[in-house]
Ligand binder design. Sequence first.
Ligand SMILES: Cc1ncc(COP(=O)(O)O)c(C=O)c1O
Length: 392
Amino acid sequence: MKYDFDKKTDRTGTGSVKWDFAGDALPMWVADMDFESFPGIKEAVLKRAGHGIYGYTYAEKEWGDAYANWWRTRHSFDFDPKRLVFVTGIVPVISSAVRKLTTVGENVLIQTPVYPVFFNSILNNGRTVVENKLLYDSETGLFSIDWDDLEKKLSDPQTTLMVLCNPQNPTGNIWDRETLSRIGELCEKNGVCVVSDEIHCDITAPGKEYVPFLSASETNRRIGVACISPTKTFNIAGVQTAAFLALDPKLHHKVWRQVNTDEVAEGNCFSYDAAIAAFTPEGAEWLDELREYLWDNRRFAEEFIRNDISVLKTVPSDASYLMWVDCSGITDDSNRLVDDLKKKAKVFFNPGADFGGCGNSFIRINLACPREMLKEALDRLKSGIESVSNER
Ligand SMILES: Cc1ncc(COP(=O)(O)O)c(C=O)c1O
């Protein structure tokens, strides 16, 4: 391996949400990685910082080309970079789309359990959350779509938008082409637009590929808005750099107007250069090594939990560095479990309750850290679960 993902980097004093909010516990929660990002990005940021003038900047042609080349080469999806619009983050554009594509009181459909901030983007704007709960098979650990329920909820005239998570956080499902086009057909039939959050799309198991929602069918191209970015993949969430892509001119215009109205369509002077440096052949090489390391971490954690904490069950996953863990053998109150583990074992996870659906009996573990830290976290999880079990 050319890159050293075992290397530990001290994050104290950097205002790290992940570390500082966990206090004295080992932080295995919020989705950023304890690896330094791809060195090409650091070089680009340092080069820009070295210039000494940090005036207003805009997305030059190289920025859109970098995205388009990446999606063409890595995801076999060709699009016109002119259809891409810079935004400061995925959450800002989801919230803008909710404001523009729905009215107050209308329903926005999400498939739960899902990234908790989807709820905020909908509720904070006075819209109603409609959950199409994913079906969970506790034998196989697999999650799948409840199509009858989806169709019923999309056919409600109050439902005007669906926010899709592709690939899915926290279950790690990669939706295949057929599934994506079936979702598109059902949505178009019911006059529902789709915002597809694809932030986790590059972190897939070695050999596995995600399918861009917009590439799945002509229908999807008409009704979909894709939200994409290098931030999860390259661990640069703090740079705040993302984009939305809409191929239908009218839909593109609408969301473009709204992100401008909301003032989230202009980056800082590092945000464009960071993305351009990420989406390169060298960035791809770093990413492929990262994926190998992450899936070794995942296999390690799966085996550890199977052998040493058998009351818990891991959900098999093809995407993201997040692991969804079934704790129903011990609790249906994930908030309490997470609190107890933090206090008793000094390790901190996301409570599944925040994700809706069946989340109450799950926790989410962030696997993106040096293996030594993961081992320590799993040891703490084991002793925490033992102590919780003894008390109940
Ligand atoms: C599915 C999903 N969407 C969006 C985000 C956050 O995106 P941003 O920081 O660009 O707003 C996350 C972060 O964990 C996520 O998991």
